[in-house]
Write a protein that binds this ligand. Sequence first.
Ligand code: GLU
Length: 459
Amino acid sequence: MNMERDNPRFRFAPSPTGALHIGGARTALYNWLAARHAADGRLVLRIEDTDRERSTAEHVDQILDAMDWLGLTYDEGPISQAGRADRHAAALEQLLAAGVAYRDAATAKDVEAWKAEHGAGRGYRGTPTEEPGAAVRLRVPDDGETIVEDLIHGPVAFPNASYDDFVIARADDTVLYNFAVAVDDAEMGITEVVRGDDHLSNTPKQLLVLRALGHEPPRYAHLPLLHGPDGKKLSKRHGAASVQELREAGYLPAAVRNYLALLGWGTDDDTTLMSTEELIRRFEVADVGKAAAIFDEKKLRWLNGRFMREMPLDEYTLAVSRHLGREPDERLREACAISQDKAQTLAEVWPLIRFLYEPPVDDAKAWAKVMKEGAGELLAAAAEALAAVEPYTAESIEGALAPLLARFDVKAGRLYQPLRVAITGTSVSPGIFESLAALGREETLNRVRDASKRLAAAP
Ligand code: GLU
């Protein structure tokens, strides 16, 4: 569906009361994709930090860091919502002066009593007072409906009569959340609000504030929530939860962008490989589905592995070097070259290439499984072949070892698994010939001899 308009202005408005989680990251991504898709789209980052107790500078830093790692650039901001308190106060003043908002001294108990009298489904209507220490309420019309024209859900109607004249500022004149959001969206010229489904019920209140202030409302799109593979609301239980955890787990930003983009948008297939350019070209908020989408880390892993395999070696080496905090030198480049098709995440690379940097690990299970009858003899024959092979490359190593299979009449695993365990200590490594070549002849022979000795000494 093509519903583009000129100069759309999007915003991402996280509350810094916690880390940016996968759901929030998807909201940020969708806003970014939509803003970049439009010829003149802009993205504003607004930090909704009015909850002074729960908002922290660390969380702000964490959100900025997460956006940066994901490559989600913004054109304006970060703008602190708390920093706009004077703008909120001015808007409040405007509504009070116009009489569309009023002070009401009613307590929660008074409201309850009013409802008992008028019926529970009826929205509370207060009694204006000049008393200074009273909260401020917005007048809600008694008739008609407030309709949210949602790009994803279609029109959703809320009957005005059932809405309280809701509080927009406390007795101390600090404004409430829905008021601040509506004022900010209007004054920042926001034309598109793309956010989680959990905010749909706030929208009529924000529309009522916008109408009272005489502002044109933005267009809304409420994204369905994310669930885990078990159908329950996404949480820590389902694996990596924050963007930083995804980074630590060794995912690539491009793969995360790809996978998150497909959660609720695009094809039914959430494993389609798409470059970020392609996502930007194709993304439309109006094409987001209504149903909750499933975040399945297994699929992200798979997709990430595909991205890792398709990276040019230099880029891949750089990504691995950053993840490991090691220089992207020739040795690492070679280690990356032989392991690139074996790992699905950057975190999986180190266990594969560690043997090139450190002595073999001690994996007792792997040892017990392959260092059995006949392994000593095979290792001795392999050492002899490896000592003589020229040049010492993966290709000629394969040529020198392969004849041993026929000579000893054994399957490949009987020879290569003991060799693998001898040089790495474990049973998982890059291709055996590449591994032997990368380790170098001298170190290989040392390790094979050590393993043979250990085998001979075994009871
Ligand atoms: N600050 C809200 C949140 O983090 C988002 C509000 C909005 O997008 O309007 O959930």
